[in-house]
Design a protein around this ligand. Structure first.
Ligand code: BES
Ligand code: MN
Ligand code: MN
Length: 460
């Protein structure tokens, strides 16, 4: 093990150069013009897997973007780890707000700035380098490792479910390790034991067949923009509670122990508010900010479109109004059931003066795991060795829909060990990865394979 650690410490600069090359590929999964870059990025990932000594490396085409797979199964009797991550990234707009170009990774103040630096190429690369360190120094890994890196996480992992179902045997494992979450704060390495789910919709309202002169027709027909605003204000009451009937029926309440533990985490609400630039925080009455973002469901408007928004003024009644809305779900809410409740409620509160169309977009189940499982304990020990600190346990408000598929299809628990930061600007301009966390993460991952390799006993 010491050899692997030395290897990591002496190859830091090369790791950084290679990571910069990885980040230079604009693997934006939602943009058709980057289709070719997606293929290129998948192939870059596969070439890395081959270089570090994984076997049976393959770039598998799907109906969407390719999945990259590689494995090393030379430790019979030892546990098998499936490392999952994604090589696709979010779009970069608004591009003007980036201090340095998003696909020219740049170090400033110990942070590496680029799209995908934290979410999730940097964290995928961390595992690649941890595997490399073991393979190049010992010629073997302390556990069996399978790596599956997909290209559609940021667009809902639409084709990964099918891939996993079809490749169930090849993907069989004892545990899934995922590094795609932030740590709680700088210097506070974390293990995440819960994620929220997602249900996403588009609402379209139409009032008339075309836009109208607001002088000639104003007063005679409904204004769809106003009707949409009225629909949306029905979604939440003043205490921040969602008004969709039945919405909270399956919400698993926070335990007293969880509430106590969240209170002990180093969270400064005033600082949080300031960093967000919000005049005040707002959320469901009776819950703290951490409880609201980790363990309570939400309803959000993601975008609104209607009428004239250019410079100056135009006297018009828009024909249509559109909103993109989404709900973050918590255990044990089911996205299908929530979708049915939501659609019925939207129908009920939409005035008869407009035509309504509700389109369901991507979704995913929430996820949560017990803490008393041997893989989580192994991760805790690895973090202590890699970061020299005890890990805290967190939940997160974001979603990784495929995690519940791993449990259902592979019958394997997941461990979420991420080294991003809460202020990493993922999905926003100036995304960055802290390099100390990156190197600490490579060390921790190398220790983690050891700890899992040596662990025995039942998963749960
Ligand atoms: N890495 C994030 C998930 C995440 C974000 C976990 C923050 C914990 C905290 C992932 O890449 C992501 O962005 N997921 C999407 C899922 C959606 C596109 C189905 C999300 O949460 O919006
Ligand atoms: Mn991610
Ligand atoms: Mn993301």
């Amino acid at each position: 093990m010491n050899n692997a650690i030395d290897y990591i410490n002496t190859n830091r600069d090369r790791f950084l150069d290679e990571l910069k090359a990885y980040l230079a590929i604009p693997s934006v999964s939602s943009a058709p013009e980057h289709r070719h870059d997606m293929q290129r990025c998948a192939e870059w990932t596969a070439a890395q897997m081959r270089d570090i000594g994984l076997h049976d490396v393959a770039v598998s085409q799907t109906a969407g973007h390719p999945v990259v797979y590689g494995e090393w199964l030379g430790a019979p009797g030892a546990p098998t780890i499936l490392v999952y991550g994604h090589y696709d990234v979010q779009p970069v707009d608004p591009i003007d707000l980036w201090t340095s170009p998003p696909f020219e990774a740049t170090v400033r103040d110990g942070d590496l700035y680029a799209r995908g630096a934290a979410d999730d190429k940097g964290q995928v690369f961390m595992h690649l380098k941890a595997v490399e360190a073991h393979m190049k120094t010992n010629g073997r890994l302390p556990a069996n490792i399978k790596m599956m890196i997909e290209g559609e996480e940021e667009v809902g992992s639409d084709h990964l479910d099918g891939f996993i179902r079809a490749e169930k045997e090849r993907l069989a494992c004892d545990v899934v390790v995922i590094s795609d979450t932030p740590m709680f704060a700088r210097g506070v390495p974390s293990i995440c034991y819960g994620l929220r789910g997602l249900a996403y919709f588009q609402i379209d309202l139409r009032g008339t067949k075309s836009d109208l002169h607001s002088g000639s027709f104003g007063g005679a027909v409904v204004n769809p923009a106003l009707a949409l605003a009225q629909v949306l204000t029905q979604m939440k009451d003043r205490s921040g509670r969602i008004r969709i009937p039945g919405f909270y029926d399956d919400v698993r309440p926070l335990t007293e122990q969880e509430r106590e533990e969240y209170k002990r985490l180093p969270f400064d609400e005033k600082q949080y508010r300031k960093e967000l630039g919000a005049p005040r925080l707002f959320g469901e009455t009776g819950y703290t900010t951490l409880e609201r973002t980790w363990a309570r469901p939400t309803f959000d408007v993601n975008g609104l479109l209607s009428g004239f928004t250019g410079e100056g003024s135009k006297t018009v009644i828009p024909a249509t109004a559109m909103a993109k809305v989404s709900m973050r779900l918590v255990p044990n809410q089911d996205p299908d059931k929530i979708a049915a409740l939501f659609e019925a409620y939207v129908r009920k509160v939409t005035p008869k003066t407009v035509e309504l169309k509700v389109t369901r977009m991507h979704g995913g189940k929430p996820w949560m795991t017990d803490l008393d499982n041997r893989f989580i304990q192994a991760t805790g020990r690895a973090i202590e060795q890699g970061f020299g600190k005890r890990a805290v346990f967190t939940r997160e408000g974001g979603s990784i829909p495929i995690v519940s598929t791993f449990q259902e299809q592979l019958n394997a628990p997941s461990v979420l060990f991420g080294i991003g930061l809460p202020d990493e600007n993922s999905h926003a301009p100036n995304e960055f990865l802290n390099l100390d966390n990156f190197y600490g993460g490579v060390l921790t991952s190398a220790f983690l394979y050891n700890e899992i390799g040596a662990s025995t006993g039942p998963a749960a």
